[in-house]
Design a protein around this ligand. Structure first.
Ligand SMILES: *Cc1c(COP(=O)(O)O)cnc(C)c1O
Length: 412
């Protein structure tokens, strides 16, 4: 297979991240000479088990957990599914769960599946800034609620949820709490003890380790029913021979994530702010989606009115620039992002929204390159857009233009 080698300008770190060279280096021995099965009785396997222990200690340290509270899984999706599954199976009389409308599809689609299975699922709404109403959350908890699952940081907007407060609300009512923290490590400090969560999910490929490896934190003494059943791996909590090289890479990536935390909150945050502020101040009819704060330091989601984000993505692609639109491109139809829709963003604006997510490998020069090309792309697309000011015979244009004017006036 041919893979192109041209320079990529990668601003899609919430989708996946480059595997750090240090991580590759740590993994290689476990793809070459140390290929034993960690469960074997002989030294050749046993030493591989030691490497897993070492990695487990590092990922546990990343979230301030005990290594015995860490279960390696195949991905963030599995971790989320496993937490919800366990809460329901260990509390068979409680057939209700609560989550939000802005979760990753891992939760949304598992929730939809559970509804079809006869469970009750509450998808909590958010406001126009993407924030959750905690009183509404408290009211939604019922005696039959088994679990509340709310993400730590939203992958599309970067908006943060008050996880510690939510955990406290849940525990006051005797309900388990899970958080999908996949977007958080390396960007914010995670302390499972301070947050007092019962379950927490991570995925290695969002922190510069390979795809196909994740973890579920399960607080000590929390009842747990495995989701993948088989061998006695992971202390009987997750069957399947360990993904050794990836686990080792995850451990190394956890160390690096801690070491890069400050940089992410200074240099990367400043780059993101520069990108966002320049776009909002120099390109007309643009607006940020979601709260400015509290927000991940690397994420910016911006609506460009009168353009289709998909068209921007195509023109960006020709320049080697990788960004993402919130919309899921399904067989011919472009559904606007469920996150932006839940925030009340109108479908037209949602379809013109782009997520920029930066990371440790982005440079000033890369951001300058993007900022150099973006205005031309936007004006080129607006010139041919039926919604553009030159096509004022389109009634939708007037409605949208009036609305943008009102919103800008409210902000100023
Ligand atoms: C990427 C992501 C996931 C899914 O993780 P996978 O390892 O790709 O399954 C879940 N939740 C959030 C918030 C994510 O960003």
């Amino acid at each position: 297979m041919n893979v192109s080698q041209r320079k990529v300008y990668y601003f899609d770190n919430n989708a996946t991240t480059r595997v750090a060279p240090e991580v590759v280096e740590a993994m290689l021995p476990f793809l070459s000479e140390f290929w034993g099965n960690p469960s074997s009785a002989y030294h050749f396997g046993h030493q591989v088990g030691k490497a897993i222990d070492h990695a487990r200690a590092h990922v546990a340290a990343l979230i301030n957990a005990d290594p015995r509270e860490v279960i390696f899984t195949s991905c963030g999706t599995e971790s989320n599914n496993a937490a919800i599954h366990s809460a329901l199976v260990t509390h068979p009389k409680q057939r209700h769960i609560i989550t939000t409308r802005v979760e990753h599809s891992a939760n949304i689609n598992y929730g939809e599946f559970l509804k079809k299975q006869g469970y009750e699922v509450t998808f909590l709404p958010v406001d126009s800034e993407g924030k959750l109403d905690l009183t509404g959350l408290e009211k939604a908890i019922r005696p039959e609620t088994a679990l509340v699952s709310v993400m730590f940081a939203n992958n599309e907007t970067g908006v943060l949820f008050p996880v510690a407060e939510i955990a406290e609300i849940c525990h006051r009512q005797g309900v388990l709490f899970h958080t999908d923290a996949v977007q958080t490590p390396g960007k914010l400090k995670i302390d499972v003890k301070a947050l007092n969560v019962d379950f927490l999910s991570l995925s290695a490929h969002k922190l510069h380790a390979p795809k196909g490896i994740g973890l579920l934190y399960v607080k000590r003494r929390t009842k747990f029913q495995p989701y993948v059943m088989g061998g006695h791996q992971e202390r009987g909590r997750r069957g399947g021979t360990e993904n050794v090289a990836s686990i080792v890479g995850f451990g190394r990536a956890a160390e690096l994530a801690m070491a890069h935390l400050d940089e992410e909150n200074t240099r990367v945050r400043a780059l993101r702010d520069h990108l966002e502020n320049t776009i909002l101040s120099t390109i007309s009819n643009t607006i940020r989606n979601g709260a400015r704060d509290p927000r991940l330091p690397n994420t910016s989601n911006i609506a460009f009115d009168f353009v289709e984000a998909e068209a921007v993505l195509m023109l960006f692609d020709q320049l080697g620039i990788c960004v993402s639109s919130g919309s899921a491109c399904t067989t011919g139809s472009l559904d606007p992002s469920h996150v932006l829709t839940a925030m009340g963003v109108n479908p037209m604006r949602a379809r013109g929204s782009i997520r920029f997510s930066l990371g440790r490998y982005n440079t000033d020069e890369e951001v300058d390159y993007l900022l150099k090309h973006l205005p031309g792309i936007i004006s080129k697309l607006r010139a041919i857009s039926p919604l553009n000011p030159g096509h004022t015979d389109n009634p939708e244009y007037h409605v949208e233009a009036a609305r943008i004017k009102r919103e800008k006036e409210m902000i100023n």
